[in-house]
Design a protein around this ligand. Sequence first.
Ligand code: SF4
Length: 252
Amino acid sequence: MPASSVTYASLPAEKALADHSILNDFYGLLPREPRRTPMRELVSTVLSHRTTHDDEELAYTRMLETFGDWAAVEAAPTSELAHAIRTTRWPDTQAPRIQEILRRIKAEAGDYTLDFLADWPTDKALAWLTDMPGIGLKTASLVLLFNFRKPLLPVDTHVHRVAQRVGIIGPKVSVEKAHQVLLALLPPDAEALFNFHKHNYWLGQHICFFAKPNCPACPLKGFCNYYLEHYGPADAAALSATPAKWEGKKQH
Ligand code: SF4
């Protein structure tokens, strides 16, 4: 959808679909293959809480290099596991959580695998995952969407900030609440939700920065509340100045 044709988007549902359509063009549709195994996605996402991607990767690698496999991670002295994952923000909190998560997975599946979730209804899988320590709606939704193509939308701080500034969700809608609100506005399709999540996450990283959003470079300016408030209505010159495609690096 050309940017100039979406200046009419004013209702939240219209804005959600316009955002989705424009960012599909801006970033391109993503491949369907999961980036990681379900176990790796789950544990890495727990480790990633308030932690950089490089530090999360280092913690994950050190953990498995130190203990060898999931059974040994679960059985390890908790203080030793905390030391192995010391590059995460709160290793003393995350270590016992990871061991409890592994214990519950083994008890449910008889092994360290989440493959059984593929056959579970979405609501049951979501409830089971979010009952575990340290696993909230974002992490559970992410694993179920990325690895099992369940129709859920993970909302992190970037997705939440973009959706609020654009006006897809209201200023008082929390990150937790935004999971349901945004999901109700988008097509109930895993591919669409996956692309919406990744694209808005990237927009938050690349353009819609927390402190100083780079609105002149943003393809959503035509219907964004924040843009309207700070720059006035986006005119034809402003819209045509927006790059058609993101040419920079895309992170994980
Ligand atoms: S126009 Fe500005 S505030 Fe709105 S989404 Fe783009 S970068 Fe964020």
